[in-house]
Design a protein around this ligand. Structure first.
Ligand code: ATP
Length: 248
């Protein structure tokens, strides 16, 4: 056997150390009763613009063994969320709320996740315009605003509000308006260079769908194929969710 042929590939040059990019994680909390294309499009479009390394879906707490008539068991909501997101490479479903001993406030959940991901990770809590409108009523919402970035997505039938009012409410430097074609990866990155947490306003898509409409459609025997992924639709039918008020 002869000597190994000389490599034609040039030897790797030592690279200058690059500034390590801080990890970006998008958080989407929701009842997900059931998860639908509104949630999925929201998460996907924000993941593309904000360049998330991970997308964490966080089904909210509900007592696992009671209240079936109010909110579907956390087990069913967790299962549907997993089925809906399994094909998305960066998506994970968190059990942080559903296994909490009692209903946590969002500020507590984000504090828990902050401990898990560390101070160097950019955490972005995503929400629709309806949730954002009620934010000032959330327990310790100032703590929440100081512990992660917020991304607000428009939602049909709900107002996000004008920039001047929001800047007055949340601080002029904090609110970044990416609506009206201003959303780009560059715009996001340039704002992340500064210190502090921001509130990003976005209008990347508009999908007029809610979980309430879907539960109603199932109870009336109408198709929900337009609103949820096929596996979620199948799960709802196989487990008899929303059809007669009984969720085994
Ligand atoms: P329900 O009809 O039961 O109140 P929902 O459809 O609003 O449910 P949630 O699980 O409460 O769903 O929503 C989780 C998050 O997703 C919230 O921040 C909500 O604003 C956002 N969201 C839900 N649907 C949409 C949508 N179509 N467009 C934009 N944001 C949405």
């Amino acid at each position: 056997a002869g000597a190994a042929p000389e490599s034609t590939v040039p030897a790797a040059q030592p690279q200058p150390p690059t500034a390590t990019r801080r990890r970006r994680v998008g958080l989407l909390g929701g009842t997900f009763d059931p998860i639908h294309y509104g949630h999925l499009r929201l998460a996907e479009s924000l993941a593309a613009i904000f360049n998330f390394d991970e997308l964490l879906f966080i089904p909210t707490y509900s007592p696992p063994h009671k209240d079936f008539d109010r909110v579907t068991s956390a087990y069913h909501r967790y299962a549907m969320t997993v089925l809906a997101t399994l094909q998305m490479d960066i998506a994970r479903v968190s059990m942080v709320e559903i296994f909490a001993p009692e209903r946590p406030y969002t500020a507590d959940t984000v504090a828990t996740l902050r401990r898990t991901y560390g101070d160097e990770t950019h955490l972005f809590f995503m929400m629709g315009a309806d949730s954002f409108a009620s934010l000032p009523k959330w327990e310790r919402y100032q703590t929440l605003l100081d512990s992660c970035h917020l991304i607000v997505m428009t939602r049909p039938k709900y107002e996000v509000g004008d920039l001047a009012t929001l800047a007055g409410q949340y601080g002029a430097g904090r609110v970044i308006d990416l609506r009206g074609g201003r959303a780009s990866q560059r715009a996001v990155t340039s704002n992340l260079g500064e210190t502090g947490m921001h509130v990003f306003l976005t209008d990347l898509f508009a999908l007029d769908v809610s979980a309430t409409d879907i539960r109603q459609a199932v109870s009336e025997g109408r198709s929900i194929a337009r609103f949820v992924p096929p596996l979620v639709e199948r799960y709802i039918h196989v487990y008899g969710l929303y059809s007669n008020g009984y969720h085994a």
